[in-house]
Every structure is written in C-alpha cells, then in structure tokens.
Design a protein around this ligand. Structure first.
Ligand SMILES: Cc1ncc(COP(=O)(O)O)c(C=O)c1O
Length: 374
C-alpha cells in the first residue's frame, strides 16, 4: 500500500513558487483601475501571439467563449453545421450550439482519440461550414488531412486548443494551423489563470477584428456607442491577464517538464501488456501532455486500486457527448461511433504536472504493475 498522496494535478506547488510575483501583479492590475482591456490584457495578447508565432491574439473570458467567438467571427451561425468529435469536453459542442449552428459528430481515431479525417467527408452536407478538431489530451489532431478536406470543400477550421498549449503539428503550434485556435486558461490547464480565462489565436485580421468586437458587445472598432454586430460580454479580466503574464514565461519549461514525466512513464510502463501508452511524439509533432492518458484492461478496478493507494486518477471522458442527457433529443445511435464507445470504457488518466518527481512516477508505475501482478 502506497501511503504518499500523489494527486492527478498539483496546482498548489506551482502557485506557491510564484506567489509573490502573482500577488504583486494582481495588486498592480487592481490598483491600475483599468480592469477591462487594460495594459496587462494587451501585453498578454502580444506575448501569447509572439510565443506561438501568430499574428493576432484576442483575450476573452474562457475557453468556451473563445470557441464560440472564433466560430462566429469565421462566419458560422444559425443553419450551419460544424463537424466535430463526440469524445471531448462538453464545452466543445455547447459553444457550437451557442452560435446557432448544429454540431455533427464524426468518430475518433482509436490511437489518438482525435477526430478521424477518414470519417469526416461522409458527414459533409450542403450546410457544413466548418470542422472543429480538438487536440485532445494535448496530442495534435491530424491537421494535414483535416486541412486538405477543408480546402477541398471550402470549410473553415477552428481548432479547440484548450488542452494543447505549445503542442506542435508539423513544426507549427496548434492554434496556428486552421483559421483560428481557441485556448482555455482554466486553472488546471497547462497555462492556467486563477479563475476563468481564454483566448483566440489567428493569423487572419478579419477574424481577429471580429473577435475583438464579439467579446465587447459587438462594438464597432474605435466607436463608443456603435455596434456593427451583436456581441456579448466575454472579455478577459485585467487581473487574470496580469496573472497569466506572470506564468507565461514559464510555459515552455513547464511543457518540457511534462514531456520528461511522459518519457519516464513510457519507460516504466512499456512492458506492461495490459497498458496501452499515448501515441508517441515524432519530428515536428509534439504534445503538451495536459493529461497522461492510458488505455487499460479492467479500467474501473485499476482506478479503484490507484485510489486505494492514494494516487489521483480520472476518466476523460466516461460518457460520450451523444449520450449526455442534454443531447437525448438528438437520438444519436452510439453504434455509429464504435471507437468513441471503446475509448470511453478503457481510458484512464494518471498524475501529470510539471513538478511531478521521478520518484513519484516510479511509485505510480509500481502500483499499476502491482495491480496486473507483475
Ligand atoms: C477540450 C476542451 N474544450 C473546451 C474547454 C472549455 O474551456 P473553459 O473551461 O475555459 O471554458 C475545455 C476546458 O475545460 C476543454 O478541455
């Protein structure tokens, strides 16, 4: 029995290490009395865009609002269809619905858990206007193929990058491959605010301008009381921007640490036949390891065994979106999504954070090996 508590995420350690800087930045923003769209927000937008090599960043209130704003800015709305994955967090689809568009599911690739490009074309109708891949768990979706399909059918591509900060596909950061990328800075994310926050990344000035307006009541650029569209109140708070500004310079190092933790897990677990590891990285193709997700035999019993040994774990996601009560009216047949069905029954995420020690990784792996009697 392992006595040491090893959590799934560990926000405390990171927060403690930056506490003085975070406190100072928050106070500075508070006392600046520029609480919305002030200098800290502008600085964060410039720095995040620069880090990703993108032309524009528009900060907003959450990852969910980033998806919604990006879709609306790309011209998607009522009567349109958006193809996406059913194996994701519910905000992916609720954000599509909030634009007035309908989501249409395509099944996932069983190895990457991401939208399978081979299943997209059969879902395209006259109403399809966009594809919305999610880089789930931080592993990039197959963007080269998705972009080919989008170009062939004249569709927009909006990337859900809530879990993929600094992941790369063919040497390009996720968020910079499609028409726009939507990021979440929910506290547990690889770059986490101390509350809700998000951002849209794009190289398209037209989309960036529309995003700026949409987050700000639909305001016409440079005009105080003129609105060229209907928007909403979806701005990032200046204090969150200040806190994110403190954390951003550390993101690259934190990502490297996550990759080092992943490498240790791979080394320790590679010979356990009941455990399938996440897809490997390759040249130009790197992942952010938001979570470290295994595919395992006897999943629920292993989860209970880890819990009994004080090791945090979670299932992302136990219920495919088409089975959620809020979508019961859609009467979607689960048999049409066999890879999502299997994944929901077999995936298990184990502790992953930049500060996770090699010693603790070894403990987690020993407990897993112990479960399988090895
Ligand atoms: C895949 C995915 N999409 C969207 C979101 C929504 O982000 P937020 O919680 O910041 O609204 C999340 C975050 O929880 C997510 O994991």
């Amino acid at each position: 029995m392992n006595a040491k508590n090893i959590p799934l995420f560990n926000l405390k350690e990171q927060h403690e290490s930056l506490k003085t800087e975070l406190n100072n930045a928050a106070l500075e923003a508070l006392n600046s009395m520029q609480w919305l769209l002030g200098p800290k927000t502008k600085a964060f937008e410039a720095d995040f865009a620069k880090l990703l090599g993108a032309k524009h960043c528009v900060a907003c209130s959450s990852g969910a609002s980033a998806i919604q704003i990006a879709l609306l800015a790309a011209g998607i709305g009522r009567g349109d269809e958006v193809i996406t994955t059913p194996f994701t967090f519910v905000a992916t689809t609720t954000s599509i619905s909030l634009t007035g568009a309908d989501f249409v599911f395509a099944d996932i690739d069983p190895h990457t858990y991401n939208l399978d490009p081979e299943r997209i074309e059969s879902k395209i109708t006259k109403k399809t206007k966009a594809i919305l891949p999610v880089h789930l768990f931080g592993y990039p979706a197959n963007m080269p193929e998705i972009l080919k399909i989008a170009a062939k059918h004249n569709l927009k591509v909006i990337e859900d990058c809530a879990q993929s900060h600094l992941a790369q596909c063919d040497g390009v950061f996720t968020g910079c491959l499609g028409d726009a990328g939507a990021f979440s800075f929910y506290p547990s994310k690889n770059l986490g605010a101390c509350g809700d926050a998000g951002a849209i990344i794009t190289n398209n000035k037209f989309i960036a301008d529309a995003c700026e307006s949409l987050r700000h009541s639909g305001r016409s650029a440079g005009k105080a009381y003129e609105y060229d569209r209907e928007g909403s109140t979806l701005r990032m708070h200046e204090i969150q921007a200040a806190l994110l500004g403190v954390k951003l310079p550390h993101l690259q190092k934190w990502t490297e640490n996550r990759r080092a933790v992943a490498a240790l897990y791979r080394k320790e677990l590679k010979d356990v036949p009941q455990v399938k590891l996440p897809p490997a990285e390759s040249a130009g193709w790197s992942q952010s390891y938001y979570v470290f997700t295994l595919r395992v035999k006897d999943r629920d019993a292993l989860a209970a065994h880890l819990k009994a040994n004080n090791i945090g774990n979670a299932i992302y996601y136990p219920v495919p979106l088409y089975k959620q009560p809020c979508y019961a009216n859609l009467k979607i047949n689960p048999a049409d999504y066999p890879h999502t069905e299997y994944a929901a029954k077999e995936v298990l995420s184990i502790p992953m954070y930049p500060e996770l020690s090699a010693e603790d990784v070894k403990i987690v792996c020993d407990v897993i090996k112990d479960f399988y009697g090895r």
